[in-house]
Design a protein around this ligand. Structure first.
Ligand code: THU
Length: 131
């Protein structure tokens, strides 16, 4: 998770965040160990903004990877660990089970490590999924 977090911190530098000035980076690990990174991409029509976590997920899915085991999220502009938003939790739950490891932090020394099951309990509607 430490290595994954380092990659998340690095990709946060690529954030396109002219409106919030809040950079976020994510590094996502697939079940075979491949890592995809992503940053937040904002838009002047604010609702079109994409979070770093979903950028990483959509990059991975578009390359044929649909099973994820861990994600690290870095929010270097914050002075406390910022947890993934509700939309990102739902999107992660499409491609990961409750054991998925999640580390979110603002630097290497100030982070929280948890699981998707902890962050997103009472997940539902898996009978609609193909997985
Ligand atoms: N953001 C993320 O990229 N991930 C999160 O988990 C929280 C929020 C982004 C969206 C927006 O560009 C900025 O941070 C402020 O909300």
């Amino acid at each position: 998770m430490t290595q994954l977090f380092t990659k998340a911190l690095k990709i946060a530098n690529k954030a396109y965040a002219p409106y919030s000035k809040f950079s976020v980076g994510a590094a996502l690990q697939t079940e075979d160990g491949t890592i995809f990174t992503g940053c937040n991409v904002e838009n002047r029509s604010f609702g079109a903004t994409n979070c770093a976590e979903r950028t990483a997920v959509y990059k991975a899915v578009s390359e044929g990877y649909t099973k994820f085991v861990a994600i690290a999220i870095a929010t270097p502009n914050a002075d406390y660990p910022v947890a993934p938003c509700g939309i990102c939790r739902q999107v992660l739950s499409e491609f990961a089970d409750e054991k998925m490891k999640i580390r979110f932090g603002c630097n290497e020394n100030n982070f929280i490590e948890t699981t998707l099951g902890q962050l997103y309990p009472f997940d539902s509607l898996h009978e609609l999924s193909n997985r």
